[in-house]
Design a protein around this ligand. Structure first.
Ligand SMILES: [Zn+2]
Length: 324
């Protein structure tokens, strides 16, 4: 048997691993897929049924999709970037001209049709926030409001631009966003549960001990305190790093009421940061690129573990790659 995996195997293993590391727990994700299937079968509007994205019945993450290419193509070398767009696709073509033999280009941040409705993945935040102790009616209400805001914000973007370039250059192309973010969220949550940091400074030290964050630090992008103080007691620590994008600003005070003491994020809008400060929540910003890189590196490891097949990764566009 060849040791090369196909794009289909790569994508399906990445999806399986994302479901297994979903902070909501695998059972809840499987139930959401079963519910979606039932709803599709009940659909009577033919026009709606025709336009329905059947992929959502297998892959619950709207922001992670194969965007172009033959799914049966064999993959031995992928190029991956935090943002992999027209420039990086041109770079891939240039590298291949020089003999790089790259088979598959993977963007982390959503592109194409997966960018146009990426806000769909945010529904998972309702359950995640409820697991942190916020009543489900409140987390659901805040999530729906934020999803509607983001829907309007992304509707005007020229989302097929990079996919058009991939087609013209004939480069297999995908984006894997929540596929990777679930890994970093669960990895850091488990680490905090295991190490039980007492002070915020210990939370920062645990993050600093991880190689991807050390690499980001050498690029002058270390983990930083955004609110509170490293001398404060950490209290209940949560990791908010998956579910499409940052939750609604209302959620910050809901978390404080639910007993959250410290929140670890990749990035945080100023409005949210101020709300945390007002509610005495310590905010540790682990850093966007370090966090995205850790998620992707864990995702690649999971794909290798599931398929028992290896592939090479060419990092670009910010990805701090290490083979885990
Ligand atoms: Zn990101």
């Amino acid at each position: 048997m060849s040791n090369e995996l196909t794009i289909k195997e790569f994508y399906e293993a990445a999806c399986q691993a994302a479901i297994e590391t979903d902070p909501r727990g695998k059972d809840k994700v499987i139930k959401s897929l079963t519910d979606a299937k039932k709803e599709y079968e009940k659909m009577t509007n033919e026009k709606k049924k025709k336009n329905f994205d059947l992929e959502t019945l297998k892959n619950p993450y709207a922001d992670s999709r194969i965007l172009y290419g033959d799914i049966n193509k064999k993959v031995s070398k992928v190029i991956c970037g935090i943002d992999l767009e027209v420039g990086e696709l041109m770079l891939t073509d240039r590298l291949n001209e020089k003999g790089a033999n790259i088979d598959f280009a993977i963007a982390h941040h959503p592109e194409g049709s997966a960018q146009a409705n990426f806000y769909d993945v945010m529904y998972m935040q309702s359950d995640i926030i409820a697991d942190w102790g916020v009543p489900i009616n409140k987390s659901e209400g805040a999530t729906k409001k934020r999803m509607a805001d983001i829907e309007k914000r992304v509707s005007s973007s020229n989302h097929m631009r990079s996919v058009d370039a991939a087609k013209l250059l004939d480069i297999a192309y995908a984006c894997m966003h929540t596929f990777a973010d679930n890994h970093v969220a669960t990895f850091l949550t488990n680490l905090m549960e295991e190490k039980k940091p007492e002070k915020v400074s210990e939370v920062v030290e645990i993050i600093e001990s991880i190689e991807e964050f050390q690499m980001a630090t050498t690029n002058n992008n270390p983990p930083k305190m955004f609110a509170g103080s490293d001398k404060n007691r950490a209290g209940k620590v949560i990791v908010d790093m998956t579910g499409g994008t940052t939750a609604d600003v209302q959620v910050m005070s809901q978390l404080a009421n639910a007993g959250v003491g410290t929140i670890i994020v990749m990035h945080l809008p100023e409005e949210h940061r101020k709300e945390c400060e007002k509610n005495y929540i310590n905010v540790v910003c682990a850093g966007h690129i370090g966090s995205d890189s850790l998620g992707l590196n864990l995702m690649f490891k999971a794909i290798r573990d599931i398929t028992k097949k290896d592939f090479e990764v060419v990092p670009c566009s910010g990805l701090l790659y290490i083979k885990r």
